[in-house]
Structures are given as C-alpha cells and as structure tokens.
Ligand binder design. Structure first.
Ligand SMILES: C[S@@+](CC[C@H](N)C(=O)[O-])C[C@H]1O[C@@H](n2cnc3c(N)ncnc32)[C@H](O)[C@@H]1O
Length: 223
C-alpha cells in the first residue's frame, strides 16, 4: 500500500486578513456565500492576494483538482492500492477515502472542498482536519518518504519507482502549489528528494508519471 500526499497545497478558505477586501467581497456577493466559506482562488482574488505571506504559493485550487484527478484516475488507485491525502499550506489535511470519485467538474470539486474545510467534515468521502505534516506521516505509518522536487537529485521515474516498491510503507510527496518549494515542515520529513526531469513540470504530470512507473515496477516486483 502506497501513500500519496499533495503537500503544501494551494487549497484553503479565504484567510481572515483579506476577507474584507473588494475582490473577496464582490466574489462573496456574486456567489451568495460568506467570505469565510469560499476557497481562496487567484483567478478571482488576485488583487487582494499580494498582501498575503507566500502569496505566490497560494490560491490555486484548480491545480490541486487536476492533480487529484490524475491520481484517482490511475489503475493503482482504482485497485485500492493508494492512500491519498492533500496537505494544505494552511495546515489542514484532506483525506480522500478509498475509491472516491473526485468530480471532474471544477465547480463541483470546489463545493466538495469548501464543504469539507468549512465543516471540518470528519465523515464522508473527503474528510478535513487540522494536522501537521509530521503527524500525517505518523497517521499514514509512512516508512520511506520520497519527495519530488526540481531541487532533488536527478533520477529516472522508473528507478525511483523501483525504490518505492521495494520500500516498506512508502510515501510519495508532490507539491500541490504553483511556484516555490516545500515548506521546512515537509522538507525535513522527506528521506529522499528526487527530480524526474530537467524541466519544472506540473504537479499532475509528475503525479501521473510516478504512479504509472510504480504500477510497472510493482508488476515486475510481484512477477
Ligand atoms: C509546479 S511544481 C512547483 C514549482 C517548483 N518550481 C518545482 O518544480 O518544484 C509542483 C510540484 O511538481 C513536482 N515537480 C515539478 N517538476 C518536477 C521535476 N522536474 N522533478 C520532480 N518533481 C517535480 C514537485 O513536487 C513540485 O512541488
């Protein structure tokens, strides 16, 4: 069983500091929802976001959505071999229950994420709770933690996958953010930092490549 974590993800409710800004207020009015209950989204809240710390890493729930679709569409996940978590910039963890179908429609995904984050939903297919990355690693009983990053050592995804399948309780960590690098909290829990391509790639591309190679490596390992 493999754990897969999207870490420091750019998925959070609009933080207090900017709830009263014009951009957030007009979005809130348009959606008929309180500012505290909508996802921070750069495409609507850009002008207010410059005030936020680490602004360039935040407000991209669309990236998280696409990355989740990549993972949950993969045969390995469909076979129930992946425990999937989203760890967020703001220190929440969303646990995606086995075989959950993430809505392909973004508006529906947004509704699901908002519901989980607002309610601190502890039941259902997507559960959200405050949790530090280190505690998540304990919860997932993570053995060896493989972090994917442009700052890692260059290795082919197939070689990485071979190490993953021969590790006990492996955990793969991909950044769920548009720019920048892992937070210290995440970086210090990573055992191996790997770069699978010369170029910086999108999280969903990295996720699907690594999972595909793990499927192949697991097949060879079991034969
Ligand atoms: C859009 S990137 C974040 C930006 C950052 N410049 C980077 O590439 O690490 C999202 C995530 O994809 C993964 N990633 C992107 N390019 C990668 C590469 N060449 N090798 C390994 N992981 C990569 C990392 O986990 C990263 O946090």
């Amino acid at each position: 069983l493999l754990s897969f974590v999207l870490a420091d993800s750019a998925l959070e409710l609009v933080p207090k500091e900017i709830r009263r800004s014009a951009a957030v207020q007009s979005d809130s009015k348009r959606r008929g929802a309180d500012a505290s209950e909508i996802l921070l989204d750069r495409s609507f809240h850009h002008s207010a976001m410059s005030k936020l710390k680490d602004s360039e890493k935040r407000g991209r729930p669309d990236l998280v959505h696409v990355a989740l679709l990549s993972v949950t569409g993969a045969p390995l996940y469909l076979d129930g071999q992946v425990r999937l978590f989203v760890h967020t910039y703001a220190g929440m963890v969303l646990e995606i229950a086995e075989k959950t179908r993430i809505p392909k429609n973004y508006i529906r995904f947004r509704g699901l994420a908002e519901q989980a984050l607002v309610g601190g939903n502890t039941t259902g297919l997507v559960r959200a709770y405050p949790m530090k990355f280190g505690d998540l690693m304990r919860k997932a009983s993570a053995g060896r933690v493989f972090g994917l990053s442009v700052q890692g050592k260059r290795e082919d995804a197939s070689d990485l996958a071979r190490e993953v399948v021969s590790a006990r309780s492996p955990c793969i960590v991909v950044g769920g953010f548009p720019r920048g690098h892992f937070s210290i909290e995440v970086a210090e829990r990573v055992d191996e930092l790997v770069r699978i391509d010369e170029r910086p790639l999108e999280a969903h591309v990295v996720a699907s490549r690594v999972i595909y190679e793990v499927e192949r490596a697991a097949k060879r390992f079991n034969d």
